[in-house]
Ligand binder design. Structure first.
Ligand SMILES: Cc1ncc(C[n+]2csc(CCOP(=O)(O)OP(=O)(O)O)c2C)c(N)n1
Ligand SMILES: [Mg+2]
Length: 570
């Protein structure tokens, strides 16, 4: 028997999907049968990774794709499992991360007309008018499998969308009878569904950008995720070095520029003040950024010329968006910087001006570094996020891959992990908390040889479903080190409230309902769920030993380590 479900497995295998992150239900008998059949006959299929929570499943696929660029599959249960994907769908969509999602549909027949017809009470309850509508606004493509005979073609078409810029999640649904039905064998070649080739800049744009950079006294590039393609970083570094262009990261979700490069001018997030590099710039090129600055607090000076290069320069799924760019280019950043570098080979570079700019930015870079170093000092009685982060950096080294979900400590983690190599720091790229645990599992499955360090807020740790995450980490041998920046609650909403109402009732209130005191035993949760090495640390002098112990557990015992570090309260 070769069912539509067997065809789907075959298509995923042909497309190079390594993992199916699965949360099964009554819609999946055909798939469960096809998996068992493939195993018993030795036919290769992707690895099935059992995910007790759908948000974690989606997040595993998100992490896997962030590290490798390749979509993985997520299988969920009808409308309920689709709903339970929750904010992870938003994250994949907003971060433009390719993920393939399949959900079953309640059986379409109820009198036994076909194999798979309704036989459980829940199938009436789970029959909803528009299951795909639950996630449609986040999907690059959604469709229903209506015939068993073209399942492979539709899977390949969905993956073609997922992998084409702007990338993102795709969603297929199929009723139980269709997924059970006998399918025709179809020979497909994945090469017939290539992703759209990376878009170059028009030649006139290349010339005009180089010209503008050369004429500017303070040209600045602002980026958030150019580093999702490490090849783009190498080209960007070369280009900036040759002309003396500074680089500012805004809300970075990847390593976009080496933090030790003298042209690196730091990063900004929700900082409530004007960024000095942005304040000086007379030419600003925004490359791959959804939020290059926040205009109510921080923006380029009037008269600064602004241009944008992006695969989605209109931000087509964001209703309100404008950065007053006078030149707007739809292009792939890596391709664009190859072109811009080639242009520099054929025009005269004003070396004196370039050197002047390099010296200026290098001086600013040194000042920044000195200030950051000072913040890393060991405090007397409280553990500061800067000290904690510096301790982690020194122990894990430059190759370790950091997953940053530090929220109000995003900047401290970014600054003090000070990554130099592309692909060694990630954030979710979206706005729904709880990404870091599942993402670490997905990344570790993709690159078992690498060391992963999750650095998250205490609230984000709870959002990540730690019982699922740590059960999975043991079951699938994906150990990672996890550092919890425990400020006993949600600091970010306090920041938000006080930013709008600095002198209101909230500013004087004792309790803003944001505190977790007394907090759970976070590390103990991971120990109970997955045998993790568990430590809570409350004194600065104990930080180093706890990290060392955790790292040993990860590297030598192949188990997760959760270090719950108490910072000052909110
Ligand atoms: C799924 C989800 N729910 C709620 C929020 C709103 N939110 C943003 S930051 C934050 C607090 C996060 O707490 P924690 O991880 O401890 O970081 P802290 O603010 O304390 O630095 C909350 C609740 C969100 N972004 N996503
Ligand atoms: Mg917190």
């Amino acid at each position: 028997m070769y069912s539509a479900s067997a065809a789907m497995l075959e298509a995923l295998q042909e497309a190079g999907v390594s993992c199916i992150f699965a949360n099964f239900g009554s819609d999946h008998p055909a798939l469960i049968e096809a998996i068992a059949q493939a195993r018993s006959s030795g036919r290769p299929i992707p690895a099935i990774v059992t995910c007790p929570n759908e948000m974690v499943a989606m997040t595993c696929a998100h992490g896997y794709a962030q590290l490798t660029g390749r979509a993985q599959a997520v299988v969920v249960h009808v409308d309920c499992g689709t709903q339970a994907l929750g904010g992870a769908v938003h994250n994949a969509a907003k971060a433009r991360v390719p993920v393939f999602v399949f959900a079953g549909l309640s059986p379409a027949t109820q009198e036994g007309e076909a194999t798979g017809s309704r036989n459980e009470f829940i199938q009436w309850i789970q029959d909803v008018p528009d299951q795909r509508g639950i996630v449609r606004q986040y999907m690059k493509y959604d469709n229903e499998l209506r015939s068993p005979h073209n399942v492979k073609q539709i899977v390949h078409r969905a993956l073609q969308f997922a992998h084409s810029d702007p990338k993102g999640p795709v969603y297929l649904a199929g009723a139980r009878e269709i997924m059970e039905a006998e399918a025709k064998h179809v020979a497909t070649d994945i090469a017939d569904w290539p992703p759209i080739a990376p878009a170059p800049l028009a030649e006139a744009a290349v010339a005009s950008l180089v010209d503008a950079m050369q004429k500017a006294a303070r040209p600045l590039i602002v980026t958030s995720y150019v580093g999702r393609n490490p090849a783009a970083v190498a080209e960007l570094v070369r280009f900036c070095g040759r002309l003396g262009v500074g680089v500012l990261e805004s809300v970075p979700s990847y390593v976009n520029f080496p933090h030790n490069d003298p042209l690196y001018q730091g990063n900004h997030w929700n900082h409530p003040f004007q960024n000095p590099a942005l304040a000086e710039a007379d030419f600003v090129l925004v490359v791959d950024s959804d939020v290059p600055w926040i205009p109510t607090v921080n923006k380029p000076i009037d008269g600064a010329a602004i241009s944008i290069i992006d695969v989605d320069p209109l931000k087509e799924s964001t209703p309100l968006w404008s950065i007053k760019a006078r030149a707007c280019y739809r292009a792939d950043a890596a391709t664009a910087f190859v072109q811009l570098n080639a242009r520099l080979d054929s025009v005269a570079i004003d070396e004196e001006a370039a050197e002047r700019r390099r010296r200026h930015y290098a001086a600013r870079h040194r000042e920044r570094k000195t200030a950051l170093d000072r913040l890393e000092a060991l405090g007397d009685d409280v553990i500061t996020p800067e000290y904690l982060t510096a301790c982690v950096r020194c122990q894990v080294g430059p190759e370790a891959v950091v997953l940053n979900e530090g929220i109000t400590n995003y900047p401290a983690i970014c600054d003090h992990m000070a990554r130099e190599k592309p692909g060694t720091m990630f954030a979710s790229g979206g706005g729904s908390l709880g990404w870091s645990g599942g993402a670490a599992i997905g990344m570790k499955l993709a690159a078992p040889e690498k060391t992963f360090v999750v650095m998250s807020g205490d609230g984000s740790y709870m959002f990540s479903q730690p019982s699922t995450v740590h059960w999975m980490a043991r079951r699938y041998r994906t150990p990672f080190l996890q550092i919890i920046y425990n400020n006993r609650g949600w600091k970010a909403p306090k920041f938000s409230a006080l930013a709008v109402h600095p002198d209101g009732f909230a500013s004087r209130a004792e309790d803003l309902d944001l505190s977790f005191d007394p907090p759970p035993d976070y590390a103990g949760v991971a120990a109970a769920a997955g045998g993790a090495f568990a430590r809570a640390v409350k004194r600065p002098q104990d930080v180093q030993a706890a990290i060392a112990g955790g790292l040993r557990a990860v590297l030598e015992e192949q188990r997760c380590a959760v270090i719950d570090v108490w910072l000052s309260h909110l």
